[in-house]
Design a protein around this ligand. Structure first.
Ligand SMILES: [Zn+2]
Length: 114
């Protein structure tokens, strides 16, 4: 499952950071999930609860923040925030657009217990 490998990578990152700060545990993990990243939030949470055992994040709470898609139109040379994912400019209708936000999954903040 896609989410399992994401969570394993995420926990690896969290453990590296916790080690750098000599943290005894991690209390909260904030991640930004793009709405078109293809990640299922409930699967992500399930995977997290499975893999966090026996890690520095075993007591941590996973907090998801969702990022709406943004596209950049090459014709208008403007960026638009979209409610719903579309690869079409809402202003001029052009398909010469690229996704600039919304497909990411980023570790944003960690709360560590030192
Ligand atoms: Zn446009």
């Amino acid at each position: 499952m896609h989410e399992f490998s994401i969570v394993q990578a995420l926990l690896g990152q969290v453990e590296d950071i916790a080690r750098d700060y000599n943290a005894s545990s991690v209390s909260k993990i904030y991640i930004v999930v793009g709405e078109v990243s293809g990640v299922e939030p409930h699967l992500l949470k399930t995977a997290f609860d499975t893999f966090k055992e026996n890690t520095v994040a075993s007591e941590a709470e996973l907090i998801l923040e969702f990022q709406k898609p943004h596209i950049y139109c090459m014709e208008c040379q403007k960026e638009f925030s979209l409610e719903r994912y579309s690869m079409r400019c809402p202003e001029c209708g052009s398909f010469k657009v690229k996704l600039t936000k919304g497909d990411e999954l980023i570790l944003r903040t960690l709360e560590l217990d030192i």
